[in-house]
Write a protein that binds this ligand. Structure first.
Ligand code: FMN
Length: 319
């Protein structure tokens, strides 16, 4: 049994115990603010910790079991009321611990900060994602993980809020083989557990299209709609619509690849394909969509390469 314990300030104490695969952390909060921060942090943390679907999408803990017990004890003196909450793991407790240099008198945001923990998790995901060029054969992608990845795409930002993407999921072996042939024979396309073909909307974006007007009315309700539509008309007339729509889809693609990593799923963005061939396979009506990108998903059969990126100093110009 391993355990860490100790007061980390006047308002919060954490005790964490690991026994085999069971991890328990117990917080003792004596201020409402620390209790609230802790609880909110825990709710957000569960998704990142287990690569889960969001709660509002009916998510379930997929890779572990989480239990949460809350105990309240009302001290005789109301000024000394305390509560206890059991968190999911020792790692959580460790991440909530106070950096030694901070002043221990209060639980400031830096001591018990959901943001700091989430930032570290997010950066870790970015570092871990890599373009997989060979997937394990015959390994299925759980439907819950696929939905989680698609949900990350759905929640992506888009110009004018027009949600330029349509996601076509392919899993059938014959279709994957056809897609591989349309992608210059790239093995990771045919060998993926699933492909998400991201189609960029075209016809629906026209200012007079029902779709564009419905979404613009949602983004610019009431009196804002008429001037927003005029503004959109002017923008549309002066824009390379295909390139603009595809670029929105690439934002969704990036989010989906990060989400895939969070769910333990490997990916490869595929831009090397013959768009005409892909549209033929998917029976896309001419002018309705352009093919933005294909995401190959599965479980990689090769070691992750070391990350090669230019240093920020070479990329960033502060002015
Ligand atoms: C828009 C786009 C298109 C890409 N197309 C392909 C492709 O067709 N085939 C491929 O093997 N990799 C493709 N990649 C993956 C890149 O080669 C890869 O992301 C890059 O080399 C950096 O490596 P990393 O992702 O492992 O960090 C594509 C990536 C992006 C963003």
């Amino acid at each position: 049994m391993a355990s860490v314990a100790g007061p980390i300030g006047k308002a919060l104490e954490i005790e964490a115990v690991s026994e085999g695969r069971d991890h328990t952390s117990r917080w003792r909060a004596s201020s409402r603010m620390s209790l609230r921060q802790g609880t909110e942090w825990l709710v957000r943390r569960v998704e990142g910790l287990f690569g889960d679907r969001p709660f509002e999408a009916g998510g379930q803990v997929a890779h572990a079991r989480l239990s949460l017990d809350t105990h309240w004890r009302e001290d005789a003196d109301p000024a000394r009321r305390r509560s206890w909450g059991a968190g999911p793991s020792r790692q959580d407790a460790a991440e909530s611990c106070v950096p030694p240099e901070t002043n221990g008198s209060t639980i400031a945001a830096s001591r018990f900060s959901p943001t700091a923990s989430m930032s570290a998790t997010l950066l870790d995901l970015f570092r871990r994602r890599f373009a997989c060029h060979r997937f394990q054969a015959g390994r299925e992608l759980p439907a819950a993980d696929l939905e989680f990845i698609l949900e990350a795409g759905r929640l992506s930002p888009s110009s004018f809020g027009l949600e330029h993407w349509k996601f076509v999921v392919l899993r059938d072996a014959d279709r994957l083989r056809a897609m591989q042939a349309a992608s210059f024979g790239q093995a990771q396309v045919g060998g993926a557990s699933a492909l998400i073909v991201i189609l960029a909307k075209l016809a629906e974006l026209a200012p007079d299209a029902d779709y564009a007007q419905r979404l613009l009315a949602r983004e610019y309700p009431g009196e804002q709609f008429a001037p927003a539509l005029e503004n959109y008309r002017a923008f549309f007339a002066n824009t390379d619509v295909v390139a603009w729509s595809i670029s929105q889809c690439h934002i969704a693609a990036a989010n989906m690849m990060t989400a895939a990593t969070a769910a333990g799923v490997d990916s490869c963005a595929i831009g090397g394909f013959l768009p005409g061939e892909v549209k033929r396979i998917l029976e896309v009506r001419e002018g309705a969509y352009e093919v933005a990108l294909v995401l190959a998903l599965g479980y990689c059969d090769e070691a992750a390469p070391s990350k090669q990126r230019l240093p920020l100093a070479e990329l960033v110009d502060y002015r």
